[in-house]
Design a protein around this ligand. Structure first.
Ligand code: FES
Ligand SMILES: [Fe+2]
Length: 448
């Protein structure tokens, strides 16, 4: 570690002259823990504290991470607090109406300068000793200012700003990595699949107020991986939920779960799976009745309307996932190797009438809210896997990700590489990308 990662104020100047010794962050070589080509995984990557710390440094710090929706910022001073990895951040609109993001940690003794989940403010005043920061991160007030030495300059002690911020169709992403490629490049062909959720018409999407948050006793990768690659679990894990949703006299598997579809496999670790059906439709009746499917055909094309428009699952590497059919966006915040905090938004089309938006909100809550009939099944699985993963013998037994080995190809209908709907291909790509980042020194580890 070098001064490259030293705290910098908004002036960009490092404040202070501290240097960390190398040994504090000695990297683990994870080459033998993931066999992406052979579909094998060592489950120590879900339990080891040293590997977890390395994820924060080499996976989360360098990657583009989802922060919030632009709809959450309507006027200067609107803010939303979240995390990037385990780093607490504030996202806010400054006086020039520019959305910016800062480390939510006071430069004095490190307390959070904003302890609310969201709101509107004129500045961020730390409740410990009262240092106060403007909406652009500048330190504007220091109690007992005359007590500091002559060389103390408030310009050196502004909030640390997220290095790059960008949006994609209303979704705000940020990265600490000043050298990260542009967001569009990082998303690549994944945008074609994301547009099936975000680009129904020119008006775009908005969020239903509030973010639902809950804690699960499982490693964050279990959830991110499943949303990238796992349609396979649906029949078994969600059997009872599917029964509830099946019309009387029909068999659940025939009515609800299609076996024909594709899985998008991105070498950058993104993934999406979706059944393909000529009569694909939104589940919530009011949304279905309101939807102009021919117009969507015109805008998005048949491949997207019959596939990822409504159904399936997706993960944008590393920890942002979404479910098109219910408009659920979610982050799997890492909270140590054994715990994640799920944050979930509902997004709707701005152009929908209020009753249609409300129908989608309720449908999302009932299915994928914290007590939703599907969500509970998924959380139970991840906690179950984690609960026994620390066992000495258990932890040494490899896991199987071999479904669909060799099935990856260009199918001529969907961009990029795809596999079968039932496949671990996107999971192998997810862990391949994880392994690559874990074995690559991040920008902050470069020698200066
Ligand atoms: S920790 Fe913020 S003012 Fe002291
Ligand atoms: Fe599920």
């Amino acid at each position: 570690m070098t001064s490259n990662m030293a705290p910098r104020g908004r002036s960009g100047q490092p404040a202070g002259a501290l240097t960390r010794p190398q040994g504090l962050a000695r990297p683990v070589d994870v080459s033998g823990l993931v066999d992406a080509a052979g579909g094998l995984l060592d489950r120590i990557i879900f339990t080891d504290p040293q590997i977890y710390q390395q994820e924060l440094r080499r996976v989360f710090a360098p990657s583009w991470l989802f922060l919030a929706h632009t709809d959450q910022f309507k006027k200067p001073g609107d803010f939303f607090t979240t995390y990037m990895g385990e780093d607490a951040v504030i996202v806010t609109m400054d006086r020039t109406r520019t959305i910016r993001a800062f480390l939510n940690s006071c430069r004095h003794r490190g307390a959070r300068v904003c302890r609310a989940d969201f709101g509107t403010t004129r500045n961020f005043t730390c409740t410990y000793h009262g240092w106060s920061y403007d909406l652009d991160g500048a330190l504007i007030s220091v109690p007992n200012r005359t007590g500091y030495p002559d060389g103390f300059d408030t310009a050196d002690w502004g909030l640390v700003e997220v290095a790059q911020l960008d949006t994609y169709r209303g979704l705000i992403f940020g990265t600490w990595n000043p050298q990260a490629p542009p967001l569009r490049e990082a998303l690549g062909a994944m945008t074609w699949y994301m547009d099936a959720l975000l680009d129904h018409d020119d008006e775009g999407t908005e969020v239903v107020a509030g973010v639902q948050k809950w804690v699960l006793e499982g490693n964050w990768k279990l959830a991110a991986e499943q949303f990238a690659t796992d349609w396979y679990h649906v029949n078994m894990s969600h059997a009872s939920a599917l029964m509830v949703l099946t019309p009387a006299g029909k068999r659940p598997k025939d009515e609800i779960v299609h076996r024909t579809g594709r899985q998008y496999v991105d070498p950058k670790g993104h993934g999406a799976g979706f059944p393909v059906h000529p009569k694909n439709r939104f589940d919530a009746q009011p949304v279905h009745e309101w939807t102009d499917y021919p117009a969507l055909h015109e805008r998005l094309g048949a491949a997207r309307v019959q596939g990822p428009l409504t159904n399936g699952h997706a993960t944008v590497f590393p920890n942002f996932s979404y479910l098109p059919v219910v408009g659920s966006l979610r982050i799997w915040h890492p909270k140590g190797p054994d715990r994640m905090e799920v944050w979930a938004w509902t997004i709707v089309d701005k152009s929908w009438p209020e009753e249609v938006k409300e129908a989608q909100r309720l449908y999302n809550l009932r299915t994928f809210g914290p007590s939703g009939i599907f969500e509970q099944d998924d959380g139970e699985n991840w906690s179950e896997v984690q609960a026994i993963a620390h066992g000495f013998v258990t932890n040494r037994v490899a896991l199987n990700y071999q479904m669909g080995l060799g099935s990856e190809r260009e199918d001529g209908r969907h961009p990029g590489t795809t596999s079968e709907l039932y496949s671990d291909a996107a999971g192998r790509a997810f862990y391949g990308r994880w392994q690559q980042l874990m074995n690559t020194p991040a920008w902050h580890e470069e020698q200066t």
